[in-house]
Design a protein around this ligand. Structure first.
Ligand code: PEP
Ligand code: MN
Length: 337
């Protein structure tokens, strides 16, 4: 249930409403907007219905939420959520580019990539330390060593970092070393992991599973939001279709569809969608044109010799050229890059 309060209600009145709801054993999530305060009530439907909400003088409107997610819905918060990563803002009109290698391999490789993507205009560095590889015999990432390198390079370059956490047992270490916790496509419905990253209060990049619907993505985000964490970036990274000319099919429609359903920022990963670097620049342009809030792009100084996802990684020059094109499109669209 969503309760929209009257515009002139005071903080004291808000507290009284909250206390009355809580006294019924229900949970509340408060969203204070510029003009209105909205209260999301969570709990047993019967207990919610037993409250005479419409009769309360502070209440303007009561709306049942028929969707299986609430806190991440546009009904709950009508203004876009801005995710703030050490001062780098994602959402609310900004267009933010995250870039870096699929996996951290060496200090030199990470440092070189970080400097190059920063100079080209990226605001956040990506790099995997724990890698979810399809084959157990493929490179699994440097683990803690990779996290340490990410932190070191982040400190030198000033770029915040995003890295994947695959398991609840890795949360402590990843939280210590990174600014955004990434939930990979294969873990989108690992509900315990979602709740635990929610509890950290750190920004989370939630990737859409390659066989998951937009609604399932939003329900996964709801698990994080339910822990009191609204710093969530939704990421479209391609879904499985019958098409074999790309690794996955970038679901461009998911961007405007999500924008109509949620206040959370939407970012696009063209690299895992395409699986081939040649079409990555076009997909980046399509993403901003379709209304995305940012990108996460794989970049490697020597893609041919990358230990993971080389074929889909842009080299340093290609990334720089892509950013130049992106800047022109951003300007035409009136977006801040
Ligand atoms: C990645 O970002 O390196 C990755 C493994 O992505 P995904 O979970 O989307 O496959
Ligand atoms: Mn990758």
């Amino acid at each position: 249930m969503i309760i929209v309060l009257k515009p002139q209600v005071t903080d004291e009145q808000i507290n009284q409403v909250v206390e009355k709801i809580k006294s019924q054993g229900l949970d509340v999530h408060i969203s204070k907007g510029k003009f209105r305060t909205i209260i999301g009530v969570i709990g047993e439907e019967e207990a919610i219905r037993s409250l005479p909400l419409e009769a309360w003088p502070e209440v303007e409107k009561v709306m049942p939420v028929l969707k299986p997610y609430k806190l991440v819905s546009l009904e709950f918060r009508t203004e876009p959520t801005v995710v703030d990563v050490r001062g780098v803002k994602i959402g609310g009109g900004n267009f933010t580019v995250m870039a870096g290698p699929c996996s951290v391999e060496t200090r030199e490789q990470l440092f070189m990539t970080a400097e190059a993507v920063k100079n080209a205009g990226a605001k956040i560095l990506r790099g995997g330390a724990f890698k979810p590889r399809t084959s157990p015999y493929s490179f699994q990432g440097l683990g803690i060593e990779g996290l340490k390198l990410l932190k070191e390079v982040s400190e030198i370059t000033g770029l915040p970092v995003v890295t994947e956490v695959m398991d609840v047992r890795q949360i402590e270490d990843v939280k210590e070393h990174a600014d955004i916790l990434q939930i990979g496509a294969r873990n989108m419905q690992n509900f315990n992991l979602l709740s635990e990253v929610g509890k950290t209060g750190k920004p989370v990049l939630l990737k859409r599973g390659f066989s998951n619907t937009v609604e399932e993505l939003l329900m996964a985000a709801e698990y994080i939001a339910r822990e009191g964490n609204d710093q969530i970036l939704l990421c479209e990274r391609g879904i499985r279709t019958f098409e074999v000319s790309t690794r996955n099919t970038l679901d461009i429609s998911a961007i405007p569809v999500l924008k109509r359903l949620t206040h959370l920022p939407v970012v696009v990963d063209p690299s895992h969608a395409a699986g081939r670097s040649d079409i990555v620049p076009e997909l980046c342009l399509a993403a901003i044109a379709a209304g995305a809030d940012g990108l996460i792009v794989e970049v490697h100084p020597d893609p041919k010799n990358a230990l993971c996802d080389g074929p889909q990684s842009l080299d340093l020059k290609q990334f720089q050229m892509m950013m130049e094109e992106l800047r022109q499109v951003a300007q035409a669209l009136g977006r801040k890059l």
